[in-house]
Design a protein around this ligand. Structure first.
Ligand SMILES: C[S@@+](CC[C@H](N)C(=O)[O-])C[C@H]1O[C@@H](n2cnc3c(N)ncnc32)[C@H](O)[C@@H]1O
Length: 355
């Protein structure tokens, strides 16, 4: 497969996805609102919305596209997996000695092994090129952000750093579920003097992170293979524990462990901040988001979105708990969005001192 065919096919998929995100979503929303107006009843749950939409042809087309455009992105004739596989002899060797601290015997949790997350064949950890495939796939996950997609991670870091105007509070930072390092790099830029550990279950993603990230040249950033729910850090190891798009991938029991682990390794008064999908406005948005989770092989979207975060975190010794909708890009209207989007949310809390 030559580069031009691959790029053309992936561009086509991205354009189709953009059409799906804007026009088809908008029409679907209108179809739903018209049906509600006709019925005179106000739906209050995702099940009420399902009763209206599930038999609708446009909804079925929307759902089919959501599932299959993503499938083709990875696995079709011009998919990311065959494209990178054909270039293995060039791409793989530089990943084998990057300085990433890998633990080849680390046990992979069953939720992680059993699901091909995002429809990525084999998930993000079964092939040494999975980091590349994931990196390329992430570029079209949220098509509306287009070229400014990277901005999302910087916007998040800016928000966290704004609470630490003097840049002194977070000398020791842990990025949980760092993937190929996209969430780690902005923290390194905002806190060049901080010691940053970035951990992930995926060896291939960590190898790519260590190979590519500008932060690789800094001895202050380490990429380590570890389960975020059971790390090897001592208590009081970090001032800030963060994650970006990790929590929704975990089953509820593992989320509890993740929060407990963050509480264990944070310094008293230290802060935990996650960027994820949680605050969802209304039954239609909930129905669409839960459907997205199922169609994109992210089965824990719903239990996570329904979790009582305040109860869970205060149980574990956190205080000042805040769950705040996050504007992922300039110009996004959080109240009234016409196009499909993730329900981006910042979840933050502080570990009680003396507790
Ligand atoms: C959606 S990706 C986000 C990656 C990165 N934070 C970013 O913003 O680009 C989620 C990452 O979490 C990792 N992950 C899932 N469960 C994990 C766990 N229990 N411990 C550590 N990492 C985990 C996955 O391997 C994946 O790289």
């Amino acid at each position: 497969m030559d580069d031009r065919s691959f790029v053309a096919a992936q561009d086509f998929l991205l354009s189709s996805k953009t059409f799906w995100t804007k026009q088809i979503y908008e029409d679907l929303k209108r179809t739903y609102e018209d049906a509600v107006a006709r019925s005179g009843k106000t739906p209050t749950t995702p099940a009420d919305v399902a009763a209206i939409l599930e038999g609708d042809t446009l909804y079925r087309y929307f759902a089919w596209l959501e599932r299959h455009l993503q499938r083709l992105k990875y696995a079709g004739r011009y998919g990311l997996v065959p494209y990178h596989d054909e270039r293995r002899s060039v791409l793989a060797p530089p990943l084998r000695d990057t300085g990433a601290e890998l633990s080849p015997t680390l046990e992979m949790p069953s939720y992680y092994r059993r699901v091909d997350i995002h429809q990525h064949p084999g998930g993000v950890m079964s092939d040494e090129l999975d980091g590349y495939v994931y990196e390329r796939g992430a570029r079209s996950t949220t098509p509306l952000m287009g070229a400014s997609h990277a901005d999302l991670h910087h916007r998040f870091t800016d928000l966290v750093a704004a609470q630490d105007a003097e840049r002194v509070l977070y000398g020791r930072i842990l990025d949980m579920g760092c993937g190929f390092g996209k969430s780690t790099q902005p923290f390194h830029e905002a806190y060049p003097d901080a010691r940053i550990d970035a951990i992930d279950l995926s060896g291939p993603c960590l190898a790519l992170a260590a190979h590519q990230a500008p932060s690789r040249s800094s001895p202050k950033v380490r990429f380590r293979q570890m389960n975020a729910c059971a790390t090897d850090y001592e208590p009081d190891s970090f001032d800030l524990v963060t994650s970006t798009m990790l929590v929704h991938e975990l089953p509820p029991g593992e989320i509890e462990k993740l929060f407990a682990e963050a509480a264990r390794i944070l310094a008293p008064g230290g802060r935990m901040v996650h960027l994820d999908f949680h605050a969802i406005d209304g039954p239609f948005a909930r129905f669409m988001h839960y459907g997205h989770g199922l169609r994109n092989n992210e089965p824990f979207m719903q239990p996570w979105a329904e979790m009582d975060i305040h109860a869970s975190l205060s149980d574990k010794g956190f205080t000042n708990i805040k769950v705040i909708p996050f504007q992922e890009a300039e110009g996004v209207d959080l109240e009234n969005h016409a196009a499909w989007r993730f329900p981006w949310t910042v979840i933050q809390a502080e570990l009680k001192t003396g507790g």
